[in-house]
Ligand binder design. Structure first.
Ligand code: G3P
Ligand code: CA
Length: 240
């Protein structure tokens, strides 16, 4: 049976407010292999975990993250009373417990992000993902051993994209993926992750067409009857 990696999207966004420490803890509690988080930058150059360009949707504050300093951001509560974590905080609390899929939402910070990860001594697996494919090329320049994953949500599923980046992973919106796509990418040596897959039926379908990683807001669904994705992690967590 295909045993894809189980990845909690933005932590476990369907269970606890996205991109927060509690959401990440929830995903770990639900025994995901990886947690996906989004990375952005504050005005004073700190890498923080936030999906949107503004803090309006997920916090009680408002404004663009790039206009706020970290000190200002620390005074703002998320809508469930937490705070917007820094990348360093996430590395510290997840080390040795779960892999991280780091989505670079911003351009021009590959060096800073890879340095933070490397200097933290983080020992679990890391995948650098982005829709900004050139930024992933910069990640590779900064860290030759980096695992990179170009993300594709529309347009042609071009096999040339992972090939051009020497990427051995690609992330594709799940409703664009059929078995033939997975098979031809596999034939080219590329592993296929799919996002964002919610509900046991779609999770099972993605598993059955051979997806190598399934990214879901609802990691509890990996454990529902019918998805059959309840195997234990090997050696604490599974490598990519
Ligand atoms: O893993 C890819 C997925 O997270 C990309 O979409 O908008 O949820 O960041 P988004
Ligand atoms: Ca994301």
């Amino acid at each position: 049976m295909n045993k894809p990696l189980r990845i909690g999207h933005r932590g476990a966004a369907g269970h606890v407010l996205e991109n927060t420490l509690d959401s990440i803890e929830k995903a770990i509690e639900l025994r995901v292999d990886y947690v996906e988080i989004d990375l952005r930058l504050t005005r004073d150059g700190h890498v923080v975990v936030l999906h949107d360009a503004t803090i309006d949707r997920t916090t009680n504050g408002h404004g663009r993250i790039k206009d706020l300093t970290l000190a200002q951001l620390k005074r703002i509560k998320t809508k469930d009373g937490q705070h917007v974590p820094t990348l360093e905080e996430v590395l510290k609390v997840t080390d040795g417990r779960v892999g991280l899929m780091l989505e670079l939402k911003i351009r021009g910070r590959a060096k800073a992000v890879t340095e933070i990860v490397e200097q933290s001594g983080f020992s679990s697996p890391v995948i650098y993902a982005s829709f900004h494919h050139k930024e992933l090329a910069r990640v590779r320049q900064c860290l030759s051993s980096a695992k990179i994953m170009p993300l594709i949500s529309h347009g042609q599923i071009a096999h040339g994209i992972p090939a051009k980046l020497s990427a051995d992973h690609v992330g594709i919106r799940f409703d664009r993926v059929v078995k033939e796509v997975v098979e031809s990418l596999h034939a080219a040596g590329v592993r296929v992750f799919v996002f964002t897959v919610n509900g046991a039926d779609d999770i099972a379908r993605m598993r059955d067409i051979g997806a190598d990683g399934i990214i879901s807001d609802m990691p509890a669904d990996f454990r529902m009857n019918g998805t059959d994705m309840t195997w234990e992690m090997e050696d604490g967590m599974r490598q990519v």
